[in-house]
Design a protein around this ligand. Structure first.
Ligand code: TRP
Length: 467
């Protein structure tokens, strides 16, 4: 059975069915929408702040180029060759290559991992939705640190409020996914991504008018290696996976909808560049504001939710800029969450023989329910530490454990398996055929990175995180 003859995405005449992206541009937008999310705007600034700035950013950029980009190309390539949801894709490709059917475990890892990530991602996306309203009603105006801290504390402390926003966020995601590839995913990202860029540029423009713009720029771009720990290097590498949406079958399933003639190398480079650009723009928008207001760059995960409202509350036009900022965060989280739902829905749809709408409802409801664990971890169950008897998991709530399981175990494992599958298990000629780069120097550099540099790099992160 050849993977192309069984693919659902083409009809008998070889015409592209509507299940494929309509153009290269549409894929780039959708994949960028997946990559750009809370990871870029919320996580990148706070881990950069915690790890001392410039040197961390430099290592992160190297990880994107040497590990992230090669794995993205491999994952998209696997997806397009397989043409289905991650599980079916892996099963078919392994059968075709005459290797162990156990490789479909990589597909399972992706479907299960996306499911878990989305369950808590949606709750955090809900925070962002709630902050749009909080900002728009002028709540930040003149608020001091205590008041802003109390706002955030009240939100996390109220299960019913969290539930409301989690439900709303999940509904937004499901509406898009239920509509399918062209009408749903593609249309949404075609509007959301450009809007996001415009909003971000406006915020950078605002940051430029503060007298701390230079300080923000030098914090981000002048490396001081004395501030970078070994752990910082590993954090940078792990974040490269998260921010590029790798290892969870997301790029695989988006790759399955990519028309054959499109160059995988070109689109992967474009997506990686845009993702990096957004992270750096977010840094350029946030750090000048942090410095101008005498805030602490290493404040941690609360950085944007607890300190930026303080800044917005003090700056002229802060209600407007604050609202725009959180709208932007919702857009970014939304397009990422859509991509996290897609592997799950495509699997239910293809394997259970039910319609896309029903699949979305079933998968979405299950993920929504699992999100309750995260909501309760933030308040009622905040003292419940199920694995507290192990030193590594001491003090970790269920939410912390889900985050740990996905970010520290499933993502590196998924990335490693993608690299091993594409680099070692698939035949070189079929890989070459799918990439369409011939045996060019570019191909050989990529292949070398994928077979050696990437697995070794990932193993270092993986092992480090386990011990
Ligand atoms: N990359 C997204 C972000 O930065 C999150 C995300 C979407 C993701 N899909 C993913 C992370 C798949 C890991 C795997 O917020």
């Amino acid at each position: 059975m050849s993977s192309t003859s069984t693919t659902l995405t083409r009809d008998a005449s070889g015409e592209q069915a509507p299940r494929l992206w309509s153009s290269r541009f549409a894929f780039v937008l959708a994949a960028t929408g997946s990559a750009v999310g809370l990871g870029n705007i919320w996580k990148f600034p706070y881990i950069t702040g915690e790890n001392g700035g410039g040197a961390f950013v430099l290592v992160y950029l190297l990880c994107i180029a040497l590990i992230g980009l090669p794995i993205m190309m491999a994952e998209v390539m696997i997806g397009r060759r397989g043409g289905h949801n991650p599980i079916t894709t892996m099963k078919n490709l392994a059968a075709k290559a005459g290797i162990s059917a156990r490789w479909q475990g990589l597909g399972w890892l992706g479907v299960v991992g996306s499911f878990i990530i989305l369950s808590f991602y949606s709750v955090i996306g809900g925070w962002a939705v709630s902050y749009v309203g909080t900002s728009a009603t002028g709540t930040f105006a003149g608020a001091d640190a205590d008041a802003v801290g109390a706002l955030f504390g009240n939100l996390l402390g109220s299960p019913s409020t969290l539930l409301l926003w989690h439900t709303l966020f999940m509904a937004l995601v499901m509406v898009v996914v239920a509509r399918g590839v062209r009408a749903g995913l593609e249309k949404a990202t075609t509007w959301l991504m450009p809007a996001l860029f415009v909003l971000l540029l406006m915020l950078v423009g605002y940051a430029f008018t503060t007298d701390s713009f230079g300080q923000g720029v030098s914090f981000l771009f002048s490396p001081d290696f004395s501030k970078l720990s070994t752990e910082g290097v590993l954090t940078a590498m792990g974040h490269a996976f998260f921010t590029l949406s790798l290892g969870m079958g997301v790029m695989m399933v988006y790759g399955a909808y990519l028309p054959k003639q499109v160059s995988i190398a070109k689109v992967s480079i474009a997506v990686s560049l845009m993702d990096t650009l957004v992270a750096l723009l977010a840094g350029l928008a946030i750090f000048p504001i942090v410095f101008a207001n005498g805030l602490e760059p290493g404040a941690g995960p609360g950085l944007i939710f607890q300190t930026l409202p303080l800044a917005f509350g003090q700056m002229p036009g802060g209600t407007l800029f604050g609202t725009l900022f959180f709208v932007l965060l919702v857009f970014a989280a939304w397009t990422s969450a859509i991509s996290l739902l897609e592997p799950v829905v495509s699997w239910v749809e293809e394997n259970k023989g039910i319609s896309r709408v029903t699949s979305t409802l079933v998968a979405g409801a299950a993920i929504w329910t699992m999100g309750l664990l995260t909501i309760l971890s933030l308040n009622e169950w905040s003292g419940f530490h199920p694995l507290g008897m192990f030193a590594t998991f001491e003090g970790k709530t269920i939410f912390d454990l889900l985050d740990y399981l996905t970010a520290n175990i499933m993502l590196p494992l998924g990335g490693l398996l993608v690299a091993l599958f594409a680099g070692w298990a698939l035949r070189r000629d079929s890989v070459q055929d799918e990439l369409g780069m011939g045996d060019s120097a570019m191909f050989r550099i990529w292949y070398g990175l994928l077979r050696y540099v990437t697995p070794i790099g990932v193993l270092v992160v993986f092992v480090y995180n386990l011990i």
